[in-house]
Design a binder for this molecule. Structure first.
Ligand code: TXA
Ligand code: MG
Length: 339
């Protein structure tokens, strides 16, 4: 199959493909998604096979209005109304109890709940409206690889397997949406941290819980996706937490072991150390968590094009957006820290 790169002005052509049951990757403010008609079982099955995604991992349904959610879920609790009014369109996915038979069975992978989100990207909102359907949209990467933040990343993973990619440049945030379970409205629980942080959620709805299962790998997490190896490039990743002296020690240690080091760190550290390593990719300004989050996945992917045999990646403090950044980085590294 030929995979076409569509410009934003081609959005109607891309919507036609969706209506024909084909797969179109779409841009969002977080990462690129792999879109298909959420009411078409054959189309949804193609999403799982194109990604190589385990069939027990349910998909997020993307909508273009707040109002239509009522058609799909059993009840829209007050907390959900507040959250949608405050944060949609934006990087917040909400888990509701799903109505029977509104989506293709494979969307929810056998669960009685469904994940819903309204992405903040004009072209994609138009794609959803023009398709006239809600769209599933898992991240448009091969399962297990870092999520795509450019149309090129999508093309690299899925060319020949999908009908097209709607190219709207780099995604802004770079990490997937926050997943918040509100099936029990009294116990709103973060299943996956993202750019809509616990702190900002609590300003709107009060206490929010965090499912720590997503940190420890032994237990079965509520967001099935969190149990799989994730976000991983081909090379092993080791997290380095600390200032220059620690980096110096880490680099020396792995050079002595004969490793070719890929350095994934802020620009100040690159200025200091890039001449001593095989490859380097900047996470942006020192201590800037927004830069680091936006650049993490493209950085992890970058080293596949170099000779690096090992990636040393910079830790951030787990506050605000740092919680989501470290969640993804710890998964990419299999929780391996340099000490
Ligand atoms: O930012 C995002 O959310 C991106 C863009 C493309 O919208 N999408 C995305 O989808 O990250 P995906 O499929 O890669 O991740 C969806 C996560 C998985 O961890 C999945 O297990 C969880 O949401 N999930 C989906 N439905 C669920 C449900 N009913 N209950 C609990 N977790 C669910
Ligand atoms: Mg994903």
């Amino acid at each position: 199959m030929e995979t076409i790169i569509y410009r934003p002005s081609d959005v109607l052509k891309a919507a036609q493909k969706i209506q024909q049951g084909e797969l179109i990757s779409f841009p969002t403010e977080t990462v690129y998604g792999l879109g298909a008609d959420a009411t078409n079982e054959a189309a949804v099955k193609k999403v799982y096979s194109a990604k190589g995604r385990p069939s027990d991992n349910p998909l997020i349904v993307h909508v273009s209005t707040i109002e239509e959610v009522e058609q799909y879920v059993q009840e829209v609790p007050e907390v959900a109304k507040k959250l949608m009014q405050t944060f949609w369109p934006g990087p917040l996915t909400l888990i509701f109890k799903v109505k029977d038979h509104v989506f293709a069975p494979t969307v929810t992978a056998g669960l009685t709940s469904v994940a819903m989100r309204m992405p903040n990207n004009e072209v994609t909102l138009q794609l959803i409206r023009e398709s006239g359907k809600p769209l599933v949209g898992p991240s448009a990467n091969t399962s297990g690889k870092p999520s795509p933040t450019t149309a090129d990343h999508v093309y690299h993973d899925l060319k020949g397997k999908i009908a097209g990619v709607l190219d709207d440049g780099d995604t802004g945030l770079g990490l997937e949406s926050t997943v918040l379970d509100i099936t029990d409205p009294k116990l709103p629980t973060i299943l996956r941290p993202g750019a809509t942080t616990k702190e900002v959620l609590e300003k709107v709805i009060g206490t929010v819980f965090v499912d720590r299962h997503l940190i420890s790998s032994e237990e079965v997490p509520k967001a099935p996706g969190m149990k799989y190896k994730h976000y991983s490039p081909n090379e092993p990743v080791i997290i380095v937490a600390g200032e220059s002296e620690i980096w110096q020690k880490a680099i020396k240690t792995y050079l002595q072991q004969g490793e070719k080091i890929g350095l994934l760190a802020n620009q100040d550290l690159l200025n200091q150390f890039q001449d001593t390593v095989t490859a380097a990719y900047s996470l942006g300004e020192n201590k800037n968590i927004h830069d680091a989050s936006r650049r993490l996945y493209s950085g992890l992917r970058y080293f596949e094009t170099t000779d690096a045999t090992l990636i040393l990646a910079e830790a951030h403090e787990k506050i605000g957006l740092g919680e989501a950044y470290m969640n993804r980085l710890q998964k990419a590294a299999g929780n391996h820290f340099f000490d």
